[in-house]
Design a protein around this ligand. Structure first.
Ligand code: HEM
Length: 228
């Protein structure tokens, strides 16, 4: 039991560790855009209209941090009000991350060194993240906690690929070289890896599997306010 509790807290710890690099990059970018010291080089592509990037970074930090704690079953059950309120903030933040990602892909000039594959997959996964969040919300409103859990895990996996990319980008560069296609493949593989892990997590829940209908009393308490 104590081991189970320990393991469940390792999940948010691991998730937060995974997103340290993109969140740090985001904070440094915000400092640079605000006219502070240039810890990362300025990027002219963002200069004339930085709002989507600012929204993207702020929403991503909220999404990743709050989202990590939704993965602790005990915390979720003992603090149902927290799960519900944090879930609403998360859904909004996640939609802003996905929407701004799509906007930036379409309207900022392409980052030098990135190609068509990453361009297209950013649109695909940005859209997929938004769809997963919308399905996560609609399923819980129908009382289908199992489907809600699965869609929210998939949405989080797509978002946190920003952290996985820090590794796949580096490892991929060493293994398949630094051509544009090689770099795009390395970056894009993060979404595939994360979705595969997400699918495994969905099929192997920590603790009792959530019911299809929300007749599980703990989860019902958690989500009953979603219909209010
Ligand atoms: C939720 C986790 C995420 C974090 C922490 C994050 C972080 C960041 C940061 C820090 C930047 C600024 C890069 C710079 O300053 O050069 C950025 C840009 C960007 N992000 Fe994200 N991001 C996340 C999710 C996503 C997702 C899911 C997508 C697409 C599906 C995406 C697409 C983009 C795009 C297109 C840009 C503009 C990049 C460029 O053109 O250089 N992000 N992100």
């Amino acid at each position: 039991m104590a081991r189970h509790r320990k393991v469940s807290w390792l999940i948010p710890a691991g998730l937060l560790t995974l997103c340290v690099i993109p969140m740090l990059a985001g904070v440094l970018r915000l400092i640079q855009l605000a006219g502070g010291p240039e810890q990362i080089p300025a990027d002219d592509r963002f200069a004339s209209f930085p709002l989507p990037l600012i929204l993207h970074i702020v929403a991503a930090c909220i999404y990743l941090i709050l989202g990590a704690f939704q993965f602790v079953p005990r915390f979720r059950r003992n603090h149902p009000g927290w799960h519900r309120i944090a879930g609403r903030v998360l859904a909004a933040a996640g939609l802003i991350v996905a929407g701004s990602a799509i906007w930036m892909t379409l309207f900022y000039a392409m980052k030098p060194g990135t190609g068509t594959l990453l361009y297209v997959l950013r649109l695909v996964f940005g859209l997929a993240m938004a769809v997963c969040i919308i399905l996560g919300v609609t399923t819980v409103r129908r009382g289908d906690v199992g489907a809600h859990r699965a869609w929210m895990i998939r949405a989080y996996a797509i978002g946190i690929a920003a952290g996985t990319q820090a590794f796949t980008g580096g490892i991929g560069g060493a293994l398949i070289g630094t051509s544009t296609l090689g770099r795009d493949l390395a970056m894009s593989s993060a979404w595939v890896i994360n979705l595969a892990v997400a699918q495994w997590v969905i099929l192997h829940p920590l603790g009792p599997a959530p019911s299809r209908r929300s007749d599980d009393s703990a989860e019902l308490t958690v989500h009953s306010g979603a219909r209010s």
